[in-house]
Design a protein around this ligand. Structure first.
Ligand code: UD1
Length: 420
């Protein structure tokens, strides 16, 4: 297993280009299964999760043409199987996103149940209930979800008990080919849901209300091909801003979408950063100062994203003052705190709240990445620590960050990967 070795202490300065959003690319690749013609998806990030999704649809018999810039043409007309096996789903929970498209287009899907993961139990009951409301017969046996539909799915009102991103996406995709109208209430408003809806509209779907908590879909008989470019990754953007903020430096982030980061930019401003934005760029300047600790509470969009909690916690850990971090989306998303405590952080955890008293310095230590965003926070902690930090189980980071060592090196970080 590869490891990252980071020698901390360098102030980061410079420019970074942001890749396509993983959490947009995954549902959009799944959505190509709804079309009756080839769909080309551009601006895909080079990530393990993307490779997993491509492998998943390829195993179903779907023909893929990939160019060197990782634009992928997906031809769903060659699909032979409607099966998502355990061995792939267990490496990536987002594989569940093929459930809705397979069922709506091919009348059947057999998708392995994702099960738990490091950040909590993460059930998929809302996905299943939404599809059942549209007339699907769903059976869960032997670790698999087996869904069938007798003819086209039927449009229906779907009310989610909680805001679920992939749940909204699954039902949204299925509804595009259903007969009649589906109204999704308590829908997720995340920019990635909006991006998926825009891609579906480019394929001929009739959708309105995306970006609000009520999405209305009028089913159509067929979806056609299109070329669609995935939106820039707001979490990758926020991660580089956090890394630079923690080291007191200055950064220009290019090829991003500041309008998807309002809650996060607000917190950086509260932490003392000078933040400016243009149509597709953000600059953040700490002017060499230490950040001020800030309180954050995670919640569905447009509130502060749970996927930025760990990285912001890393900023608080070396900030001046006391910051409270409250996690309301996932029940077990503080594993990075324990690792940072081993590096000298002062953190007290009480239920879903971490009280962080900023320290002036961390000390490098061997640490272990437990999930994708936790690994990013450990990289940030290592960048500000004295001496060397070795981060084990770095495969987590490759699921969500394209060329992270190269991008950080360009900003002045001392970071290298060693094969384990
Ligand atoms: C997506 C993102 C993930 C992000 C999360 C929250 C993708 C591929 N992943 O994950 O990066 O951290 O949104 O912004 O887009 N829940 C249920 N039953 C369900 C579905 C969800 O109880 O059927 C609960 C979950 O356990 C969790 C909460 O709802 O506590 C939100 O989860 P959800 O929005 O579904 O997360 P994902 O879509 O899996």
């Amino acid at each position: 297993m590869d490891k990252l070795i980071i020698t901390g202490g360098a102030q980061l300065n410079g420019e970074v280009r942001i890749s396509g959003a993983k959490n947009s690319a995954l549902p959009i690749l799944a959505a190509t299964l709804l079309a009756s013609e080839p769909v080309t998806v551009c601006n895909l990030p080079h990530l393990h999760d993307i490779t997993t999704m491509l492998e998943l649809v390829r195993r179903m018999g779907v023909e893929l043409t990939v160019d060197e810039k990782l634009s992928v043409e997906v031809d769903p007309r060659t699909l032979r199987e409607t099966h998502a096996p355990y061995e792939l789903v267990k490496t990536m929970r987002a594989s569940i996103l093929v459930l809705g498209p397979l069922l709506a287009h091919f009348g059947e899907a057999r998708v392995s149940l994702p099960g738990g993961c490091a950040i909590g139990s993460r059930p998929v009951d809302q996905h299943i209930r939404g599809l059942e409301a549209m007339g699907a017969e769903v059976e869960v046996t032997g670790g698999y979800i087996h869904a069938r539909s007798n003819g086209r799915l039927k449009g229906a009102p779907v009310f989610f008990d909680m805001v679920t991103v992939t749940g909204t996406e699954n039902v949204l995709m299925a509804a595009t080919l259903a007969e009649g109208q589906t109204i999704i209430e308590n829908a997720a408003r995340e920019p990635e849901v909006v991006d998926l809806a825009e891609c579906l509209i480019a394929m001929g779907a009739d959708i309105s209300g995306h970006g609000t908590d009520t999405i209305v879909v009028n089913g159509v008989e067929k979806l056609h091909g299109c070329t669609y470019s995935v939106l820039p990754d707001r979490i990758e953007t926020g991660t580089y801003l956090a890394a630079v903020a923690a080291t007191g430096g200055r950064i220009k982030v290019k090829n991003t979408r500041p309008d998807t980061l309002d809650a996060v930019l607000q917190k950086f401003r509260e932490a003392g950063a000078e933040v400016e934005t243009g149509a597709d760029w953000i600059t953040l300047d700490m002017k060499g100062k230490r950040a001020q600790a800030v309180n954050i509470t995670t919640a569905p969009y447009p509130a502060f994203p749970t996927d930025m909690q760990a990285q912001f916690a890393a900023v608080n850990i070396v900030a001046e003052g006391v910051g409270k971090v409250k996690e309301t989306v996932f029940e077990n998303r503080f594993m990075h705190m324990q690792e940072m405590i081993r590096m000298g952080a002062n953190v007290t955890i009480d239920g879903n709240t971490a009280v962080i008293e900023g320290v002036e310095k961390l000390q490098g230590a061997p640490v272990m990445a437990t999930d994708l965003r936790a690994s990013a926070s450990l990289v940030i902690a290592a960048l500000v620590a004295d001496g060397e930090t070795t981060i084990d189980r770095i495969y987590h980071i490759d699921r969500g960050y394209e060329c992270i060592e190269e991008k950080l090196q360009l900003l002045g970080a001392r970071i290298r990967r060693v094969p384990g």
